[in-house]
Design a protein around this ligand. Structure first.
Ligand SMILES: C[S@@+](CC[C@H](N)C(=O)[O-])C[C@H]1O[C@@H](n2cnc3c(N)ncnc32)[C@H](O)[C@@H]1O
Length: 249
């Protein structure tokens, strides 16, 4: 009798554990189901556009940058290793962050636009990824703490439409343009948030911008490890994979 009791207890506690586990899984499915329906309802109220990007459902709220062919080109050129910590700057709908989360251990996604932040948060919740992706609001690295570092930083800023003759005009601030300003500030801050061996994936549009971008990259002591370019509707886009220049490189 005494000998049998522990077996009984053992069988019951194993069964309890399984039941408790199944209940937790059911609760999570229920919660995800609820938030999915709430977001679908909100999307209808906001007159959001329902998108299918490479088989992934994304809602696009009015006023937020729409994922376009250049977003997909960037998506296809970003390489994430299993376990990477990723920073997706200027996330828009959250597209890059959501795809990065397939392999990444943790993703921080930011945007300066509060509407984009809300849109990205809802898309993240729709896919049940709140445990992996954190969406923060702010200008470039402002919402990132000074000691926070990442294996990968992804950024596609707005593309400057005005181009000076000489890159020095951008570098010394005599040629003022919001998109060049964001690009300059991005490159001066990026290395400080990269881990050893970290990579930057940066997308730029328009052929005329490329020589200036290459010079700005070099001025910030970054090395172009790889680059891919494409013509989409007769506009050139290039993704640069960058790593910090080390002494001796
Ligand atoms: C060209 S869209 C790219 C959106 C998205 N990453 C994609 O691949 O479709 C640029 C995004 O960067 C955001 N942005 C612009 N300036 C920013 C800044 N200074 N800091 C953070 N985000 C910024 C914009 O609000 C916009 O959502």
């Amino acid at each position: 009798m005494h000998l049998q009791q522990p077996n009984h207890i053992c069988v019951r506690s194993n069964r309890d554990r399984i039941v408790r586990g199944l209940c937790s899984v059911a609760a999570v499915i229920l919660l995800v189901g609820c938030s999915t329906r709430m977001i679908e309802k909100k999307a209808v109220e906001l007159d959001a556009v329902k998108l299918d990007v490479l088989g992934v459902r994304l809602f696009l709220y009015p006023g937020v940058y729409p994922p376009d062919m250049s977003s997909v080109f960037l998506l296809k050129n970003v390489e994430i290793n299993y376990g990477d910590e990723v920073l997706d700057l200027g996330t828009g709908t959250g597209i890059q962050a959501i795809f990065a989360a397939r392999r990444a251990r943790r993703v921080v996604a930011t945007d300066i636009d509060p509407l984009a932040v809300e849109n990205a948060r809802d898309n993240v919740a729709y896919h049940g990824l709140e445990g992996k992706i954190e969406v923060r609001q702010g200008d470039l690295f402002e919402p990132i703490s000074p000691d926070e570092r990442f294996d990968v930083i992804i950024f596609s800023p707005c593309f400057p439409r005005e181009v000076p003759e000489d890159t020095n005009e951008i570098l010394n601030g005599t040629f003022t343009d919001r998109c060049w300003d964001v690009t300059l500030r991005f490159f001066s801050g990026a290395e400080g948030h990269l881990k050893e061996g970290g990579r930057i994936f940066y997308l730029m549009g328009f052929e005329a911008n490329m020589p200036h971008v290459r010079r700005i990259i070099a001025e910030n002591e970054l090395r172009i490890k790889d680059s891919s370019a494409v013509l989409l509707d007769e506009v050139m886009y290039a993704v640069f994979e960058l790593t910090p220049l080390r002494a001796g490189d």
